[in-house]
Design a protein around this ligand. Structure first.
Ligand code: GDP
Length: 493
């Protein structure tokens, strides 16, 4: 066990300026303390986590350990849940995160659930689907697990089946008056005492209805405070929405004095690829990307039904890099001054990479043009596919310049972890032949510089709880604005 003792020689850099606890061994999860050496300090030197955030994280780690699976309070809380009674058994309260869709979506949802758990002093437990979390990520909290113990010991059935119609959702319980908020904002469980619901399901996905969106109101937050268990299902980055809840604003302001670095810190705190994914990242990096002056990452995500190469998408990429002078200009003269750059292309298709290599390979960029994989299509529930996706997100995050595809949560994670403001290419999904006929123009401009490194929240609530009407949520506070790539979404900038 000696080798697994916590290391005492970690530098402030390795600990990301105190963001990470030093309580883990190096061997158990190499990415945790090696991440910093692949992310140049100078780029993000000014974005240190606040002492207040560090204090919150250490206290949260203690909470996870005190109340997590295997502890007496956890067993008592599960017994309470099984009994169907709503009264809390202990002072430990829980948030179960159910995320779904591609890996980018799941990571954004998990980071959102984590922040909500920290804000509301709840233990975060992750529901995993076919080991989709443990095969990819190390445990973030020392001395405990963040994985919800599965199997028959847990009484709520198939968690993925919860949806808009579930009786236990906040929206449906409000509609059925099982729970209510009084005229003066005082919360109550309607029949009090023994008939309180044992848990509340938070349905927070796109297409959710009016009552589910009341999650973003102060009174309803007060109401939820009384629930010992919450289930949260989402595929989105809810954080900009949390910044709009008045009762969270003060705390969030202290945790993130630089509000637009929220995901940067949350993601770097929470996500650490397991050793074999990390080995793939670092060996690819050393072989293909190390040693050049500048790494340019190009993430090409085409939302289409049939994976066929699309010329207008390639034209958009080339037009973006030319217009923004991100790569050496290609002249007709035979004299080439190789730039001290390397290009990393990520895409499900190899075609774009091959065309980009024709343009910039052959010595035009000294470090060459690289694509780690081309998976052809998105595959659900396939661990090795997810591992490649994760390693590519991390490789993109090591770049100095990023070009990403709008709408893509895969790109959001890469930019957020790297602290890079990307050039975003607006994207239009192509679901049919007629879409293709209509939408093959290269947009003008082909890409725009992102306002911040934050991900976009695609499905915010527009309801102003105090005014009791919908408002323009891009104008409520100066630091939450409409996204560059999704006009109805909001982001912190
Ligand atoms: P989004 O759909 O672009 O928002 O991103 P998600 O990550 O949520 O879902 C897309 C999924 O498709 C990823 O998780 C990967 O499994 C796969 N995928 C998409 N683009 C790439 C890519 O460039 N490389 C790899 N390896 N997989 C990709």
């Amino acid at each position: 066990f000696l080798q697994d003792a916590p290391p005492s020689d970690l530098t402030a850099d390795q600990l990301l300026d105190g963001l990470l606890t030093a309580e883990f061994s190096k061997r158990s999860c190499r990415s945790r303390y090696e991440f910093a050496s692949y992310h140049e300090k100078k780029k993000n030197a000014s974005h240190k986590p606040s002492p207040y955030l560090l204090g919150k994280l250490r206290r949260h780690e203690a909470l996870q350990k005190r109340c997590g699976p295997g502890t007496a309070p956890y067993r008592a809380a599960v017994r309470q849940l099984k009994s169907g009674k709503g009264a809390a058994a202990t002072d430990c309260r829980y948030l179960i995160s159910i995320s779904y869709r591609g890996l980018g979506n799941r990571m954004l949802a998990t980071a959102s659930a984590f922040l909500y758990a920290v804000l509301t002093d709840r233990v975060l437990l992750i529901h995993q689907y076919k080991q989709d979390i443990s095969a990819l990520f190390c445990e973030p909290f020392p001395g405990t697990t963040w994985l919800l113990p599965s199997g028959r010991s847990f009484p709520l059935g198939h968690l993925r089946d919860y949806g808009i119609g579930s009786n236990e959702s906040l929206g449906n319980m409000l509609k059925a008056n099982v729970i209510s908020v009084g005229a003066h904002g005082n919360a109550s469980w309607s029949d009090g005492g023994d008939r309180r619901p044992p848990f509340v399901y938070l349905h927070l996905e796109g297409g959710y209805d009016f009552h589910d969106k009341l999650f973003y109101c102060d009174e309803h937050q007060l109401l939820l405070h009384g629930a010992p268990w919450l289930l949260m299902k989402t595929d989105s980055y809810l954080v900009p929405g949390l910044f709009l809840v008045p009762s969270f604003q003060d705390e969030l302001g202290r945790m993130f004095p630089e509000k637009d670095m929220a995901f940067f810190h949350l993601g770097r705190y929470l996500f650490h690829p397991v050793n074999d994914v990390w080995r793939a990242v670092t060996s690819y990096y050393r072989t293909n990307l190390a040693g050049v002056g500048q790494r340019v990452g190009i993430q090409i995500r085409v939302f289409q039904k049939k994976p066929t190469p699309l010329q207008h998408i390639l034209d958009q990429v080339l037009s973006c890099v030319r217009r923004e002078k991100l790569l050496p200009e290609i002249t007709s003269s035979s004299k080439i001054n190789a730039s001290d750059q390397a290009i990393l292309v990520t895409s499900l298709s190899a075609w774009y990479y091959e065309r980009i290599r024709e343009e910039y390979g052959g010595g035009r960029v000294a470090g060459g043009v690289h694509q780690p994989s081309h998976e052809g299509r998105q595959k659900w529930g396939d661990t090795s596919h997810d591992r490649r996706a994760l390693s590519e997100m991390y490789l993109l995050s090591t770049c100095d310049v990023l070009v990403t595809t709008g709408f893509s949560t895969f790109g959001y994670v890469a930019q957020g972890l790297g602290g890079i403001r990307p050039w975003i290419m607006p994207s239009t999904p192509i679901w049919s032949e007629s879409d293709l006929a209509e939408k093959k123009e290269v947009p003008e401009p082909p890409c725009v510089r992102a306002m911040s490194v934050e991900p976009c929240f695609h499905s915010p609530s527009y309801y102003d709880c105090t005014a009791r009407r919908d408002v323009d949520v891009g104008k409520v506070v100066p630091y939450v604005r409409h996204c560059e790539d999704v006009s109805w979404g909001i982001k912190i900038a």
